[in-house]
Write a protein that binds this ligand. Structure first.
Ligand code: SAH
Ligand code: DHB
Ligand code: MG
Length: 216
């Protein structure tokens, strides 16, 4: 095990602390055969903190998987808060629904099944926080939608924007890498957002996340 993986586990055990509903969500996802690509506990808690910082009452997620990140973010919502999460794969949505219900969050979380580019046009903003974590080749389109569904002061967070450093390879044939690069170009020319990206190492290897503040 890489040292940073051990450190991420240590951070998970000390600062984030184990949590029954979140642990159960990962176990059920695993048992159902879902890929182990949820955010790490340390990243999940960061999403929770960001949601609290923007006083989020409405949250949008693109890419539900087993609902792990959705549970983290939904827990930051006040009683009248709502999270909408978009998922293309039926089975993922089913597992997520059970996990979210077990976490006691079924009244706050709505899962919309279908390709996100099909379901996004039916959503009503504004969302205070958007978390983009689905198929990476559509990152730029998802970001455009998230921006349209934002207000000044909203945050847009994008997962997996470094991909083992492959992001700097302009000639990469990897559609995910090109998706991230297109997103970065879009943001570079978009005056309504101010963004940065943080590289991360941990349980999920070497990757990174982008945080974009909607300023106008
Ligand atoms: N956010 C989750 C992990 C998401 S993994 C967490 O951290 O817990 C990415 C998810 O996006 C997968 O469940 C995958 O099925 C879904 N996905 C892939 N392409 C999609 C699309 N076009 N529309 C909606 N969801 C999609
Ligand atoms: C993949 C997707 C993710 O959202 C992630 O966090 C890690 C890996 C993937 O599709 O490989
Ligand atoms: Mg991800």
């Amino acid at each position: 095990m890489e040292l940073w993986e051990k450190v991420d586990r240590y951070i998970g055990e000390t600062l984030v602390r184990p949590d029954d509903a979140l642990d159960a969500a990962l176990e059920a996802s695993d048992a159902a055969g879902l890929p182990a690509i949820s955010v790490s506990p340390s990243h999940g808690k960061l999403l929770w903190i960001l949601a609290r910082l923007v006083n989020a009452t409405r949250i949008l997620e693109v890419g539900t998987l087993g609902g792990y990140s959705a549970i983290w973010m939904a827990r930051a919502l006040p009683a009248n808060g709502r999270l909408v999460t978009l998922e293309a794969v039926d089975k993922h949505a089913r597992v997520a629904k059970a996990n979210i219900t077990k976490a006691g969050l079924e009244k706050k979380v709505e899962i919309r099944i279908g390709a996100a580019l099909e379901t996004l046009p039916s959503l009503q903003g504004p969302f205070d926080l958007s978390f983009i974590d689905a198929d990476k080749q559509n990152n730029a389109e998802y970001f455009r939608w998230a921006l349209q569904l934002s207000r000044p002061g909203s945050l847009i967070v994008v997962d997996n924007v470094v991909r083992d450093g492959k992001v700097i390879d302009a000639r990469s044939r990897d559609a995910s890498v090109q998706g991230v690069r297109r997103l970065n170009q879009l943001i570079a020319s978009e005056k309504r957002v101010s963004a940065t990206a943080i590289q991360t190492v941990g349980m999920k290897g070497y990757d990174g996340f982008m945080v974009a503040l909607v300023t106008a």
